[in-house]
Design a binder for this molecule. Structure first.
Ligand SMILES: Cc1ncc(COP(=O)(O)O)c(C=O)c1O
Length: 432
């Protein structure tokens, strides 16, 4: 496979942009080699700058649930383009997108639209602090909620492979003041007893607990019922807000996201990715009584020049309308189940120990014996074995996320042909 053009672009990019990329995981640091520069996409496929066709399991890290370039989204964007790019004034599409989001999440009565997942979680935390008058937040080791200061404490995603602090409440990025990190308490995912102990010690000071309801950013981790029960019970008992970060899972795991799938009752929900259909949109929402604390209704300030951008709204709205008109969730589950089963058979035959975690269209192959339920179990994976898997697939035209600690995403454009092509590539790597 010729990758000369990607290599040239990467060399140029490294002289201009830190690490040659505008978001760390794209640099392939965890797997080595040269990242592919992409030129175009259609359906389940990407084409890189050298014209190589790649079967895509990254899906722009989650937004492209319909596959690339769905016609109804493209035409909605084209229509919006004719009407202007940005007004800095409210528009009907914002009302319609808000209606769609709130209809899918009956526990939420108000939603504020922003431009990224980071903005959504950062704003939800400010709101939780403003609402409760408390300062501490709790997050889980290996969960990632974007790059706001308070949240870069034992964060997951690219930070798992880039190194970072390991002590309790240590910043996982340089430049995060220790004083901020100290206001973030870190607990273990799927450890209800640990959470109980944390609340017993500091519960009266805790404004909010933020969590990934299905983790994607340590690889896929599935919450246990006991963990979910403890989250709800302790936040309620101590008057802290429970924030479900559905940036990755919202409108992906079910029409009402993980909240619907798992029967959760969070106080606030954060969205991103799918709700923008590939353009920059995030959101946070919850009960009116909490959300009305946000400016201009209330004293918690939050704003954005491009919030509710009409072109981005058109993309998000068309995506959510398409998901409602022809829900792909059963097909995504069927594809995911078949992929999981096929992978299990190949790895068993090849004698390679793996743990495969999957919820619907999010899947991770951990290179270690299972089960993998916690962050500690995830990071004990054999990352060298993952590199072989990743590069083996890439050489065969299958673009898997370039890190052991990420979810692969299936889209509605993935069908039997793509499934067979994927399994054929994996067979070829491991069974020859
Ligand atoms: C669960 C979760 N929350 C928040 C974010 C941050 O979103 P963004 O990258 O749009 O700022 C991400 C991004 O991957 C995420 O997966």
């Amino acid at each position: 496979m010729n990758t000369q053009r990607s290599a040239e672009l990467f060399a140029r990019a490294q002289q201009l942009i830190p690490g040659g990329v505008n978001s760390p995981v794209r640099a392939f640091r965890a797997v080595g080699g040269t990242p592919r520069f992409m030129a175009r996409a259609q359906g389940a496929y990407l084409w890189d700058a050298d014209g190589n066709q790649l079967l895509d399991y990254v899906g722009s890290w989650g937004p492209m649930i319909l596959g690339h370039n769905p016609p109804q989204v493209l035409s909605a964007i084209q229509e919006a383009l004719q009407e202007g790019l940005s007004y800095g004034a409210p528009t009907e599409r914002e009302v319609r997108l808000a209606e769609r989001i709130l209809a899918a999440y009956p526990g939420c009565q108000r939603v504020r639209l922003v431009s990224s997942g980071t903005e959504a979680t950062m704003s939800a935390l400010r709101l939780a602090r403003g609402y409760t008058g408390r300062e501490l937040i709790v997050k889980f080791r290996g969960n990632y909620h974007g790059h706001a200061d308070s949240l870069l404490v034992q964060a997951g995603s690219g930070l798992l492979t880039a190194g970072g602090g390991t002590a309790q409440s240590a910043p996982s990025s340089a430049g995060v003041p220790q004083a901020f990190a100290e206001r973030t308490l870190v607990a273990d995912y799927n450890d209800p007893e640990g959470l109980e102990a944390l609340f017993a010690a500091r519960g009266e000071e805790i404004a909010a607990v933020i969590f990934e309801p299905v983790v994607g950013n340590a690889g896929v981790l599935v919450p246990t019922p006991a963990f979910l029960e403890a989250l709800h019970r302790l936040t309620q008992q101590y008057g802290a807000l429970l924030i479900a970060d559905e940036v990755m899972t919202g409108f992906r795991l079910a029409p009402g996201g993980a909240v619907e799938l798992l029967g959760l009752k969070p106080d606030l929900v954060c969205w991103g990715k799918v709700i923008g259909g590939g353009l920059p949109v995030g959101a946070y929402g919850g009960r009116a009584e909490i959300m009305e604390m946000v400016a201009p209704s209330g004293p918690v300030y939050q704003a954005g020049t491009l919030s509710g951008n009409p072109v981005a709204m058109a993309a998000g709205l068309a995506t959510l309308e398409a998901l409602a008109q022809d829900p792909p969730y059963a097909r995504l589950e069927a594809y995911g189940a078949a992929l999981e089963q096929g992978l299990r058979e190949i790895f068993t035959q090849a004698g390679v120990p793996v743990a495969i975690n999957r919820v619907g269209s999010m899947i991770t192959v951990f290179f270690r014996p299972g089960p993998v339920r916690t962050y500690a179990e995830a990071v004990a994976s054999d990352t060298e074995a993952f590199k072989r898997f990743f590069h083996g697939l890439l050489e065969r035209g299958v673009y898997w996320p370039p890190s052991q600690f990420e979810a692969a995403f299936i889209s509605a454009a993935h069908g039997p042909k793509e499934l067979e092509r994927t399994l054929e590539a994996v067979r070829d790597v491991y069974l020859g």
